[in-house]
Design a binder for this molecule. Sequence first.
Ligand SMILES: Nc1nc2c(c(=O)[nH]1)N[C@H]1C(S)=C(S)[C@@H](COP(=O)(O)O)O[C@H]1N2
Ligand SMILES: [Mo]
Length: 325
Amino acid sequence: MFIKRPKSWEIPENKASSEATFLNRRTLIKAAGFSGIGVAAGLSWPSGTMQAAENDPTADLYPATVNPAYADAGKPITPEDVNSKYNNFYEFGSHKRIFNEAQKLKTRPWSVTFDGLVDKEMTVDFDTLVRAMPLEDRVYRHRCVEAWSMVIPWSGFPLKALVDYAQPLSSAKYVRFETFNDSKMASGQRQIWYPWPYIEGLTMAEATNDLAFIATGAYGKPLAKQFGAPLRLHTPWKYGFKSIKSIVRVSFTEERPVSFWEEVNSKEYGFYANVNPKVPHKRWSQATEEVLGTGGERVPTQLYNGYGEQVANLYSDVPEEQLYF
Ligand SMILES: Nc1nc2c(c(=O)[nH]1)N[C@H]1C(S)=C(S)[C@@H](COP(=O)(O)O)O[C@H]1N2
Ligand SMILES: [Mo]
């Protein structure tokens, strides 16, 4: 029997913003010096939430050097304290307060398998892989399909560098990404009505566009677990669900991959998922977004999240009705 549970983005926009408003209030209270208020409000977080990075074997790599083309996202960087306590990572729960639970993510040893239409299948240890990549820092805007946004200072490398490393065959048309699958470690994966593992996909043209980025660090440190350590995708012109976390497999395919949310509900979550303020989600408007960490400020959403100059040309042969959900 399929048990229908409301997902966080199956709730009206006002509910989503009330979560954020609460968060901002908490942050303000904390800034005013009342520490411990989180516990009083029924929240808790371990003191180690952001220390995990310190004994990371790749800590020496961060921060990297800022790529001047992406030094400024035109909006202030979201405070780390806000970003690291408001996450979507369904493997650890279908709500935003998963940072505590996500500390159970075991990130070493970690390896990534490259398979499908490649010259040679291989499985590479993450610490070896990351040192073979051209690390740089970039500040990116992030727009969740739930109509909130933030700005993140990433470290990582262009996805294109990973594609080149994998040496796909010329017959490859898509890249398919897969997250770990371990319901002992990740309590959310015991919610068996979801089609685990989390899957995402891009066309080869999208994957090799300079904007598509693999983040391995944020805020000048190795990626915190709740951000999808040790490596996650960020495609900032698309809704956030495309930006798959904690990747274990990269496959090259001829057929278009079916992504996790597309599998759950293909009418509401499509393959392309490019940001467009004029195309509403089936159940809410995408015209504006709440900027997290600002106390509830809403701003107009931009086509392709403002990155159209770099990516709009990727879609000349895709029917318009497929592009924006
Ligand atoms: N494996 C996995 N990747 C995921 C998700 C998820 O639940 N599982 N959520 C997605 C969604 S909806 C968003 S908005 C971003 C959130 O990233 P953040 O928590 O770093 O802001 O991660 C995306 N990647
Ligand atoms: Mo999202």
